[in-house]
Design a protein around this ligand. Structure first.
Ligand code: ADP
Ligand code: MG
Length: 706
């Protein structure tokens, strides 16, 4: 078979209506208008939209598209779309015209009542609109349904409330840009026009064999295993991390990359992760809203392409208990339209006053709004990760590394910083290997919020969650810190003095959020408590952060969320929590009742029969068989009892209506506990019962045999 040879440069972005395509196809005037709209946030007029829509349609049809779709991110965590064909009313000669107007490009009207609105719908209207976000390019998706022109859109209610991730994200990007420009002007920068948060989201995922996946109802319905005994070998050998990528997986990754490149997603690095069958994909960073869209495309593509290879991609935060879960590292920095990164410390950070002020503001933002950051990473699946011995702890702290920590210490101790620790030459000791300069800062994998050279890396986000929310929070809290700093500094008589004092003050007041040690240790939990840092352990404990006076004031000040929007988001999260746990519980009931108990009864009956057969044939020792039968029977009785308890718990839970918060708490405290009670005897049974008789593939089958 001949390998298809392709050049990445040839296919990159071929399915994207990007700047190159627009420049080629749009009339010059229209193109210039679009560039202005996109780069300066100008308003789009209908005349321009009509021209763009027409060209977009022509381009899409050349690529085989028959439909277009407004692609948006409602608050369900996944993307949604409504497909319409380009066909317009038939003409008198029986042919049809393919049309697509500016109006259709700019605005769509999906039925808002089928998406979560957290009460906004009751108080306002059921109508919802999707509005074109022209800063994220349209693209063509090719799949079994044919080719579809996808138009990234924001999703709002009739009265303008955000029902999605994109609307507040775009609002927060405007806020951070405005405040960053104020700050830059104070330092004499008159040239930069905009500041854009740049985001690179590293995506972790598991790959399992699809045949085996289909035999696990828990994976199908809930994305995670609800039963399963640990295999004899886990990740303790550490032999998977950066291990050679197996051929089947490599072929899969190659296809994923090609698909993503065509969509203009710059998939760059791929490697195995800590757990067996776990992998990671990272794109090159992009503007925050594009990066958020791209992350959705990455998740979609990972799942879609897996099917073609007889594989299944698991994006759940914790598909297997006892094995490392998956997360998403949100790399974030602030870059001007003319390429200056506000988070670049330069070689001598102690002399870089602008950087130190930015750093002080970030420390303040994270310290004062740790609860909001924590909340932005809360989802049902992430409750299994955060605070366990693998992902970052549930306590927010900032890792600065040796060099910056030293600068902060000098500032706090003596009021001024006079030196920066330098990176040293790393000698490999092997002549043929080049020596190179070490970074001045090592890494700390246990920190939830780490400075990594010229960006911050927020590591708490769950693997299947949108990175929209964390970036909304980051942009807004830092915008607030910048705004307050600018308010003061713009009035100062002696700017040099004022900024110096401010940096010292910020560092002193917020030094408590800095932690460079082991975030997984018991000591840190105690130390954090001593420092007064919040330790918010579960999603339900995190949600109230959304609606505190502090949060409402913050988000309203920068026009990112109204109080009603925040309240609706909290409602939706409570509702989702109870719903998801309810599905998990019902799936357990189904599997235990219909598969596990019958399989165990069958096995026990056969074992009993064989004991009798042996007994009647001779007087061989059947004590081992008898002992196993007794043990199995006891565990079977436990299973039956726990199953009944769980059924009971779920029935009570369903009765709690109209109060999402109360219902969620009940599910966490009662239902989750009952689920654990049911799992325990079943996992023990799995270790006793003949493997042939067990009704589904084991952990070992799933994670070692891909
Ligand atoms: P690390 O090894 O520190 O995790 P990588 O170079 O692997 O860093 O990058 C991880 C992610 O961070 C990638 O998506 C990358 O594009 C992104 N990234 C790199 N620099 C920046 C930056 N200045 N701002 C935002 N993201 C960045
Ligand atoms: Mg990283």
């Amino acid at each position: 078979m001949k390998e298809e040879i392709f050049n990445v440069a040839d296919i990159f972005g071929e399915n994207v209506f990007n700047d190159t395509v627009m420049r080629e196809r749009l009339p010059k005037k229209t193109y210039q208008k679009m560039v202005e709209v996109i780069s300066q946030g100008r308003e789009l007029d209908l005349e321009t939209a009509d021209v763009v829509a027409h060209e977009m349609k022509e381009w899409a049809i050349e690529k085989g598209a028959t439909h277009y779709s407004h692609w948006f991110q409602p608050l369900t965590g996944v993307t949604a779309e409504k497909h319409d064909s380009f066909i317009s009313a038939p003409m008198s000669n029986g042919k049809v015209l393919m049309s697509f107007s500016g109006k259709e490009l700019i605005k769509g009207e999906p039925d808002a009542s089928s998406f979560p609105s957290g009460g906004l719908r009751a108080t306002f209207e059921a109508r919802g609109y999707t509005a074109w976000d022209c800063t994220s390019p349209a693209f063509i998706r090719q799949d079994a349904a044919g080719a579809t022109l996808c138009i990234p859109t924001a999703f709002c209610s009739y009265t303008g409330e955000a029902l999605d991730q994109k609307t507040p994200l775009l609002r927060s990007m405007e806020a951070i840009s405005e405040q960053s420009i104020r700050l830059l002007r104070l330092f004499g920068n008159e040239t930069s026009k905009r500041v854009v948060p740049s985001v690179g989201a590293e995506q972790e995922y598991f790959i399992v064999d699809r045949e085996k996946y289909l035999q696990r109802k828990d994976l199908i319905y809930t994305g995670r295993t609800l039963f399963g005994a640990m295999p004899p070998k886990g990740q303790e050998m550490d032999d998977h991390y950066f291990g050679a990528i197996r051929e089947r997986i490599a072929a899969y990754m190659k296809d994923v990359n090609i698909e993503l490149w065509k969509l203009g997603v710059s998939a760059k690095t791929q490697h195995n992760e800590v757990a067996p069958a776990q992998h990671e994909l990272a794109p090159i960073y992009a503007e925050a809203n594009v990066a958020v869209d791209h992350n959705q495309l990455i998740m979609e593509t990972l799942k879609k392409v897996a099917g073609r290879h007889g594989l299944q991609c698991l994006l759940h935060e914790k598909p297997f208990a006892g094995v490392n879960g998956s997360g998403k590292h949100n790399n974030w920095s602030l870059v001007t339209d003319d390429g200056i990164n506000l988070l670049d410390p330069g070689k001598t950070p102690h002399e870089n006053i602008q950087f130190l002020l930015v750093l002080g503001c970030v420390l303040r933002a994270v310290d004062e709004h740790a609860d909001l950051l924590r909340e932005s990473a809360a989802d049902v699946g992430n409750d299994h990760r955060l605070g366990a011995d693998e992902a970052p702890p549930a306590i927010i702290s900032v890792f600065l590394g040796e060099q910056l920590e030293d600068v902060v210490k000098q500032l706090v101790d003596t009021g001024s910083a006079t030196r920066s620790i330098r990176g040293e030459r790393l000698e490999t000791g092997v002549k043929t290997l080049p020596d190179f300069m070490k970074d001045a800062t090592d890494r700390n994998r246990t920190s939830p919020f780490a400075f990594t050279g010229n960006k911050f890396e927020f590591r708490m986000v769950g693997s299947q969650d949108s990175v929209g929310e964390p970036n909304i929070v980051l942009n807004t809290i830092v915008a607030e810190a910048f705004a307050d700093a600018c308010d003061e500094l713009e009035k100062a008589d002696d700017f040099e003095m004022a900024v110096h004092d401010m940096i010292k003050r910020l560092m002193r007041d917020h030094e408590r959020i800095i932690f460079n040690g082991n975030g997984y240790s018991e000591e840190w939990v105690k130390e954090a408590e001593r420092r007064g840092l919040p330790n918010i352990k579960t999603m339900l404990d995190a949600i109230p952060a959304l609606t505190t006076d502090k949060a409402v004031k913050l988000f309203e000040k920068f026009g990112v969320f109204t109080q009603a929007e925040l309240e609706s988001r909290a409602e939706i999260e409570y509702e989702q929590y109870a719903k998801e746990i309810n599905i998990e519980a019902k799936t357990m009931i189904d599997i235990a009742g219909k598969h596990i108990i019958p399989a165990v009864i069958k096995y026990a009956t056969e074992l009993g029969n064989s004991i009798n057969t042996i007994r009647s044939a001779c007087d061989a020792d059947v004590s081992v068989q008898t002992e196993i039968l007794l043990e199995v029977s006891d565990l079977l009785a436990d299973t039956k009892k726990s199953l009944a308890d769980l059924q009971d718990a779920v029935e009570q839970g369903i009765k709690i209506k109209d109060d999402n918060h109360k219902r969620a708490i009940y599910y966490r405290d009662v239902v989750v506990t009952a689920m654990e009670e049911l799992r325990a005897p079943v996992d023990k049974l799995e270790m006793l019962v003949d493997k042939e008789a067990w009704p589904m593939p084991s952990y070992g089958d799933l994670i070692f045999e891909v």
